[in-house]
Ligand binder design. Structure first.
Ligand code: ATP
Ligand code: MG
Length: 510
């Protein structure tokens, strides 16, 4: 083994029933480098990382892994084993325990003790110390389920970094982070690198590879198609390596003409149902036209998700304001009522709110839409299957068939299933909360096409997005949230990244 190589993955093949997740994969990771790993949804990235940390133990795959010059033989009996070797991972799916505090999660299973009992003061002061060292803005005493997804992600990072790691694996760490938080994470990674930590970095936000990595490996269909120094790559090159073809544009052209105002929100104010002393929506107004895509931009914590879930009848306690549809005021007290008005919401945290993991792809897509396939109490199984196949094909959901359970799918493919289910329901108003988070560039494009199509057919879309380029590339108008308020709506022709940011940060006030 070469001196400067810390991890050498050689000819690794890993099979699942009906799927070869990894096929003869060989990658060398150099000591102290940040090694990027990219590839489409289902390419095998997470599987490879799970092998490196013992989720799939030695013997469950073929090929070999050398770590610090020795064969890595993780038995899979305990996740501690990889940690003791100095390999830490932040999983793609959050693994936190919702009812515990941040501190309890960070030190879960390794709580500092004072004789027989847990030393709570130390647990929290140690947590604060980790959070402070890595500049993670999370309160160690906060209960995890009350955190936003972004802060949960940061808690995961704190947990991985709470012990000394020689190799840190980050599987899509930024998918839920705002731009400012991504900047912060990049700083953290630079610090870790200067301390000699080796990092493997997975992301679907390809720009990040150019900011932070030294080397990038690309997986396609379980095979390594390239490992190259980042400085020899370009964004276009990376995309074509990933998808196996050239992609000329990131956003498909739509040809839609928004009509009259369909839906209007005026002067909405709402309280946090978990803590009614806190006002979460402090005045939001916007209108939505027929056949329009209205983007909602804003920093994390600006109230975007709170606004749409309140409108959907699922979250805030309304204290002021009106919602009207077709010019008539409506009251929405529950998600059910919202849906009876033809409003659907694709939630931000799809894993928790969107899927029945043990059910098949087919059932997950068709369950909320069963009335479309039933007559006289019978389900037309052929029509159901045909629709599900149509979506799984157009979004290229990677699976042996639509009859496999969704929990065996890769993270991004699970998201495609949730989105299919809502697209199939063809609501009058479809609210998408960050719909392409964690989805690869090729499939993003397909989702954009479907969204455009819906709008062209007269459906109205509200789309929250954390990616400025996406909001600008897809919307007819952009509403910007700032500290719980709507801070103006910009026509796309007049919008730019700078203008949106000026509103999102309150530099400019509508
Ligand atoms: N436990 C499992 N059982 C069966 N198949 C699996 C299992 N885990 C992964 N797979 C399959 O292996 C392939 C690789 O999945 P993996 O999760 O490694 O992809 P990924 O590159 O991480 O994708 P994403 O970007 O969507 O997270 C996929 O086809 C997936 O469906
Ligand atoms: Mg993955």
């Amino acid at each position: 083994m070469e001196q400067d190589v810390i991890l050498e993955i050689a000819n690794v093949t890993k099979e699942f029933p009906g799927v070869t997740a990894l096929s003869d994969v060989s990658i060398k990771i150099r000591r102290g480098e940040i090694h990027g790993l990219c590839g489409e949804n289902g390419a095998g990235k997470s599987t490879l990382m799970k092998i490196l940390c013992g989720v799939y133990p030695h013997g469950s795959y073929s090929g070999s892994i050398a770590y610090k010059g020795k064969v890595l033989e993780l038995s899979g009996s305990s996740i501690r084993q990889a940690i003791e070797e100095g390999i830490a991972i932040v999983y793609q799916e959050l693994t936190l325990i919702p009812n515990m505090t941040v501190g309890e999660n960070v030190f879960l299973g390794k709580e500092p003790r004072n004789g027989p009992s847990i030393d709570w003061n130390r647990l929290y002061s140690d947590t604060d110390e980790v959070l402070k060292r890595f500049k993670l803005p999370v309160d160690s005493h906060e209960v995890v389920k009350l955190l936003g997804v972004g802060q949960m992600q940061m808690t995961e990072i704190a947990k991985a970094l709470s012990e000394k790691a020689d190799v840190l694996i980050l599987d899509e760490p930024t998918s839920a982070l705002s731009e400012a938080e991504v900047d912060k994470l990049m700083e953290i990674l630079k610090t870790l690198k200067s301390l000699g930590v080796t990092c493997i970095y997975i992301s679907h936000k390809l720009e990040e590879f150019f900011r932070i990595t030294d080397t990038v490996s690309v997986l396609r269909d379980g095979k390594v198609v390239s490992t190259a120094p980042t400085k020899e790559l370009s964004l276009e090159k990376l995309v074509s390596l990933m998808v196996g073809r050239e992609m000329k544009e990131r956003f498909p052209k739509g040809s839609r003409k928004p009509g009259e105002v369909l839906f209007r929100v005026e002067g909405l104010r709402a309280l946090d149902p978990n803590d009614p002393s806190r006002e979460v929506i402090k005045g939001a107004s916007f209108d939505l036209r027929k056949g329009e895509i209205l983007g909602i931009a804003g920093l994390m914590g600006s109230g975007r998700t709170e606004l749409v879930t309140t409108i959907f009848g699922e979250y805030g306690i309304l204290t002021a304001g009106t919602i009207s549809l077709d010019g008539k005021e409506i009251k929405i007290g529950s998600a059910r009522e919202a849906m009876s008005h033809g409003i659907s919401l694709v939630p931000e945290d799809r894993k928790r709110q969107g899927l029945i993991l043990i059910q098949t792809i087919l059932k997950n897509i068709s369950l909320p839409n069963l009335d479309r396939f039933s007559s006289f109490m019978r389900i037309n199984a052929n029509a159901e299957l045909a629709e599900a196949l149509k979506f799984s094909k157009s979004l290229s959901i990677k699976a042996p068939s639509v009859h496999v359970a969704v929990d065996s799918l890769s993270g991004g493919n699970q998201q495609k299933v949730v989105i299919s289910k809502w697209l199939m329901s063809e609501p009058r108003i479809l609210i998408l909360d960050d719909p392409t988070r964690g989805i690869d560039v090729g499939a993003k494009y397909e989702i954009y096409k479907l969204i455009n199509q819906l709008a062209e057919n007269g459906y109205s879309i509200i789309m929250i997005s954390s990616e400025l380029e996406e909001v600008l590339g897809m919307s007819d108008r952009v509403m910007v949230m700032w500290e719980g308020r709507s801070n103006g709506t910009l026509d796309i022709a007049a919008a730019s990244q700078e203008k949106v940011m000026a509103r999102a940060t309150g530099i400019e006030i509508a």
